[in-house]
Design a protein around this ligand. Structure first.
Ligand code: FAD
Length: 449
């Protein structure tokens, strides 16, 4: 049994790694020269810039993987103060609640909203088809929590619109808590004594260290191999790659797509047209990631936290910013501060496609105004634009998920963030589970063997 994996982002890399550990032959094809997909670290002008993920939540699978890769020495946890997260409220930044108890001491909820939050435990569970995140919170906690809690959280974590994302798809743990404990608040108290977040980490040389370390272990990784065509013959998959002008063609028993939905749709166009159509409906809003550096002495804000989120009610330009130099050492020079700001996502698509010069100027203006920065222009600024950023778990993703399940009978599997969950740790967990599922498909050894 041989497995073809297309795409060496974190999903494809992790799957190849776990298959290799199980002794299952595979080939991992990556179109680009480098591995990692969305995970990209750029060293420029003496700065360490993350163009994709900035911090990873330390799940058991991620911790185990880091240990196996002998990457522990490279790990850097976020500073303790970065448990503080701020939300823009009436033009200024206020600390957002880090656990259910601090929800009540917060100043951006009215007393009426706070009383309604306490009553959440008495709201009976309900199963509502296509319930969005906004509808879920409205039903359980009342409308007062949407604008300054739900909206910025969903924008910041999913680049999404809470009025469109489905709660059971985007944040399944909330539905699990409702069903298991009868209440989200009760569920949160059970989970980690009420803490909403895990330890966040990065690596001394940036996020790229993780995909690079996995790639080093792989024996059948083929970079610079863009898969151009998939066909089927007698139940086997035939993969065609364009490499250095010649076509490579190989046959496989199982195929795993570790690709974003749109390139996956292109490849399935002839073999599975229904699935290709469903994949084309998955929405990836555009997003720009902007890095901005100032002299520390010009910034009259403590920057004592992870960063800031901007609710739509405040009509912001950016979704928010990470205070990257507060999170991790070595991102800029000691007398400077580095902000990583996000522009776009499902609620601000027009902002992301503003021309580059205006966009960077708008980011600087908003940073300067909100953080009291006494400087006409930054020391350094860099923009990275993504036409298709994060897949949206809205009602249009349902078809693709259902069809993906059916196609497993044909030996076609998915390891990608539009199926696994968008966070890097979710992609790793899904890849590990899939490797074990594939292992079960291995033919039993014959008696002669
Ligand atoms: C701006 C941004 C910030 C984020 N921040 C965080 C964060 O802080 N923490 C977190 O946990 N997650 C974060 N995420 C989410 C996370 O980075 C992604 O969900 C995850 O990296 C997706 O990995 P993947 O392997 O599924 O897909 P991808 O990373 O998209 O990898 C797909 C790979 O397939 C390759 N490919 C495409 N077409 C072909 C072809 N025809 N043949 C061969 N190869 C092909 C591509 O080159 C690419 O390498 C962020 C995402 C974005 C966009």
């Amino acid at each position: 049994m041989r497995v073809a994996i297309i795409g060496a982002g974190i999903s494809g890399l992790a799957l190849a790694y776990y298959l290799q550990k199980l002794g299952i032959p595979y080939d991992l094809f990556e179109a680009e020269e480098h591995v990692g997909g969305n995970i990209k670290t750029l060293q420029e002008g003496g700065y360490l810039l993350e163009l994709g993920p900035n911090a990873l939540q330390c799940t058991p699978e991620l911790t185990a993987l880091i240990k196996e890769l002998k990457l522990e020495q490279e790990v850097i946890p976020t500073a303790h103060s970065t448990n503080n997260r701020y939300v823009l409220h009436d033009g200024t930044y206020e600390k957002s609640p880090s656990n259910p108890f601090s929800l009540l001491s917060n100043t951006f909820f009215s007393w009426k909203t706070k009383l309604r939050i306490l009553k959440e435990k008495d709201v009976p569970p309900a199963d509502i088809t296509y319930e969005t995140i906004t509808q879920f919170f409205d039903r359980r906690f009342g409308p007062g929590v949407i604008d300054y809690s739900v909206n910025p959280f969903v924008t910041g974590n999913y680049g999404g619109d809470p009025e469109k994302l489905l709660v059971h798809k985007a944040i399944p743990i909330l539905k699990e808590m409702e069903n298991r404990y009868g209440s989200v608040l009760k569920g949160l108290v059970q989970h980690k004594n009420g803490h909403l977040t895990h330890q966040n980490i990065s690596f001394a040389k940036g996020m790229q260290a993780l995909p690079n370390a996995i790639a080093e272990k792989l024996i059948s990784l083929h970079t610079d191999h863009r898969v151009e065509m998939i066909t089927r013959n007698q139940g086997k998959y035939i993969i065609s790659c364009a490499t250095t002008g010649d076509y490579d063609t190989q046959e496989y028993n199982l195929l795993v797509l570790a690709l974003p939905a749109l390139p996956a749709a292109e490849l399935l166009h002839f073999t599975f047209p229904g699935m290709a159509a469903a994949l084309q409906n998955i929405h990836y809003p555009p997003m720009a990631v902007v890095h901005t550096v100032y002299n520390r002495r010009d910034v009259r804000h403590d920057l004592d936290g992870f960063g800031v989120l901007h609710p739509k009610a405040e009509c912001p330009f950016t979704v928010g910013s990470i205070w990257s130099s507060s999170l991790f050492d070595g991102r800029c020079r000691p007398h400077e501060v580095l902000f990583t700001s996000f522009v776009g996502g499902a609620q601000y698509e027009a902002h992301a496609i503003t021309d580059k010069k205006t966009l960077m100027q708008c980011v600087h203006q908003e940073l300067a105004e909100k953080h009291h920065i006494a400087s006409d222009k930054p020391i350094f600024q860099h923009m990275h634009f993504m036409e298709h950023s994060i897949p949206q778990y809205d009602m249009y993703i349902e078809d693709a998920h259902q069809m993906a399940k059916q196609l497993e009978q044909d030996g076609l599997f998915i390891a990608a963030n539009w199926q696994a969950g968008v966070s890097v740790p979710s992609c790793i967990r899904h890849a590990k589970e899939l490797a074990h599922k594939i292992n079960l498909k291995r033919p039993a050894p014959s008696i002669a063997e």
